[in-house]
Design a protein around this ligand. Sequence first.
Ligand code: G16
Length: 542
Amino acid sequence: MISTVATKPYADQMPGTSGLRKKVPVFQQENYAENFIQAIFDSLEGFEGKTLVIGGDGRYYNREVIQVALKMAAANGFGKVMVGQGGILSTPAASHVIRKYGAFGGIVLSASHNPGGPTEDFGIKYNIGNGGPAPEKITDAIFARTKVIDSYKIADVADIDLDTVGSFDLAGMTVEVIDPVTDYADLMETLFDFPAIRALIASGFRVVIDSMSAVTGPYAVEILEKRLGAPAGSVRNEIPLPDFGHHHPDPNLVHAKELYDDVMSVDGPDFGAASDGDGDRNMIVGKGMFVTPSDSLAVIAANATCAPGYAKGIAGIARSMPTSAAADRVAEKLGIGMYETPTGWKFFGNLMDADKVTVCGEESFGTGSAHVREKDGLWAVLFWLNIIAARKEGVKDIILKHWAEYGRNYYSRHDYEGVDTDQANALVSALRNKLSTLPGTQIGSLIVSEADDFSYLDPVDQSVSRNQGIRILFQGGSRIVFRLSGTGTSGATLRLYVERYEADAAKHQIETQKALEDLIGAAETIAEIRKFTGMNEPTVIT
Ligand code: G16
């Protein structure tokens, strides 16, 4: 019943910022997914008889790969697999299920915010027993294994019915098809003041969530409409579709523009939120105020004790290096630890496991806490609603008061997508070569104080991650950062992150791009973006 199938290695299975992401036709090559899954199992030890969690965001090719993964898990000796009904588990829900049931680990099938469909993106990620993405030590081992793999093991059995909740036998292994929503919704109810949020909504405060035809639809309907009493229809695009309805399920000002425009309109809702393909990202918009992810982290940290699950306070805060320093000022005031990590949620896991931090965030619309080991879109939405209910103030007032108290970190990210890979690498090398000569250089009124390539020493396991983004810091605390994306599937994406700190409340209402104009100009002068990319402007500004 168990076959060992001969295979040949593929050279391109290096996991990126968040697992292996490729176009669907790449994954459809003979044994491509099988090789990667076997490489995961070959890189782990001691899972015989243990439980594996499998789920995905429902995108195209999800169901096929789940069937393969189930049969391979059985053939490799797992005792049980817990899989979401219909193959669905949002990334934070998968993290929670791994933790709650003490699973050995999990396989999450998603390409997150990237589009889905027969010619779009797919991905496979391995999460460890703490519920978080595998650290680099493991992803490096998986990659090494993919380069030499010559066989994989699979059970020769029929597909199982993924749509019926219940227990099934698969070649001697138990498959438990679970309701994907209940455990997660129950967890949220333990963290937040549901009666207060319910009363806020009952008082007429209008909330809309755009699930972008992706995985959070069923979760948002259960929590917002059923448990919190929001009117039916408050969750939009609530049915997960394999191609996300041809949308790009990335919650930002470009891809969730309809929601943004609605909340900004005169009769629009009071609060709007969107989440991405696999439910880990979030965008928060209030009447007259878009909340940057960096500010969202700072506000959540500053107001954490409003929520019952955080009433005792937070242990510390972590943010990725390119994320603005807004949260640093909150940590300073609270007298708690602040950690700056490379981009990617996997770097937060050790800090949370060691109780050094409770809340974490990334500028890329990711916020979360130690309740799971992934970022969590709906968690952030509920935290905001809890804060609004507790403070009896809207998003705009909360943000303006936060800036008045801590100062404002003007912030923006410019993405140049689809850049020729050689040109993008050339831009980065040219920048690296210049680093030592930059300090002291004056560009307009800006003077470079420091320039380096960010390197991180993990304070828990002492591992070092180098070349994590080029930082150019200016006198007065402004900075620009350059890095190449590690999640794209075609060409290269150059990201430019721009930040300026402004303490004076009288200067807190300038349009963001205007407030950052001289820094954006300095980035062009230093990096010659137009020359290298051949592009006159970014493809996405967030
Ligand atoms: C991007 C973001 C990161 C984020 C990563 C994975 O990486 O910049 O902050 O951790 O995506 O996010 P998700 O799992 O939601 O896709 P990169 O390397 O493209 O900048």
